[in-house]
Ligand binder design. Sequence first.
Ligand SMILES: NC(=O)c1ccc[n+]([C@@H]2O[C@H](COP(=O)([O-])OP(=O)(O)OC[C@H]3O[C@@H](n4cnc5c(N)ncnc54)[C@H](OP(=O)(O)O)[C@@H]3O)[C@@H](O)[C@H]2O)c1
Length: 317
Amino acid sequence: MRAAVVTRYGPPEAVIVTEVPNPMPRKGDVVLRVEAAAVTSGDARMRGGRFPTGFGPLARLGIGIRGPRKQVLGIAVAGTVESTGTSDHDFPQGVRVAAMIGGELGGHAELARVPASQLALIPEKVSFEDAAGLLFGGGTALQFLRERAHLQPGERVLINGASGAVGSSAVQLAKHLGAHVTAVSSARNRGFALGLGADEHVDYATTSIDDISAQYDLVVDTVGNLSKKSGRRILSPTGRLILAVAGLTDTITARGNVITGPIPERTSDATELLSLAAAGTLDPVTTIAGGLESIRDAYAVVDSGRKIGNLVILPNA
Ligand SMILES: NC(=O)c1ccc[n+]([C@@H]2O[C@H](COP(=O)([O-])OP(=O)(O)OC[C@H]3O[C@@H](n4cnc5c(N)ncnc54)[C@H](OP(=O)(O)O)[C@@H]3O)[C@@H](O)[C@H]2O)c1
């Protein structure tokens, strides 16, 4: 099969599309024909060897010193079941499914091996590209807002980085949970953020995040330009601060109302997100970059820091 391979950390040009052996399903796994795979900020970190401040040495020990040990990246996929390692699951050949793959990665390829326990059925109304696009940012936003911060109806939320993968889902899910949302993005993305449901907009070029004087019940930073100290400054007395891009120090010293850390990949979240998309409650805001060969261009968009919503490639197009 063809796959996008990364042997050394580097820029988008470090990715080579080449032939590699097909993955074989092991017990409890299925092999998917990948119809769409997201190219995410998480993939870009692993491709470039770029990690939040202080995490570099630890991350490289975990995923590879000079390059990723799992050379085919790709965290989030959608496709059809091609073959299965066991029959003790409900995913027969040909069924449409999506998944966060977990540590094995491998989504940037024509075929990918995925634990059956991580598969979510794609509702009929949801396309492969929307399913693959939605899961990374959507799962992160859902876990942070609802499970970690316990966002309540009527609370006031500030979402810094409202137009990215995590931010665009966070705006919509916060509205779905009944919150009042202030979105922070560039002026270019004002209409986009308001269109997702944000009640107010702050253009970071005219109002720096450090100059905001209002107070919020929840502040969600998906950019990395808030710290524990600067984030707490704009919290209400019962407010919580989510630092999705915290450095090592803020992560290990996070206590009380400061929420950081990696988000678990839950199949139940994937199922819920896909049904919200099918119902029209959650717009996956997905752009198709092209086939597998488009992956370098897709990474260049992610690396620019200007990606809007979610970006996918179609490995079997
Ligand atoms: N903790 C976890 O488990 C977890 C999980 C997922 C992601 N993350 C992290 O969360 C971060 C965001 O991920 P993502 O996938 O959402 O990224 P993304 O999609 O690449 O975000 C791009 C967006 O960031 C916005 N942006 C850039 N600079 C900004 C600024 N100064 N103020 C406000 N918005 C700004 C851009 O909007 P404009 O063009 O309008 O500037 C663009 O739309 C990444 O660092 C990622 O590693 C953490």
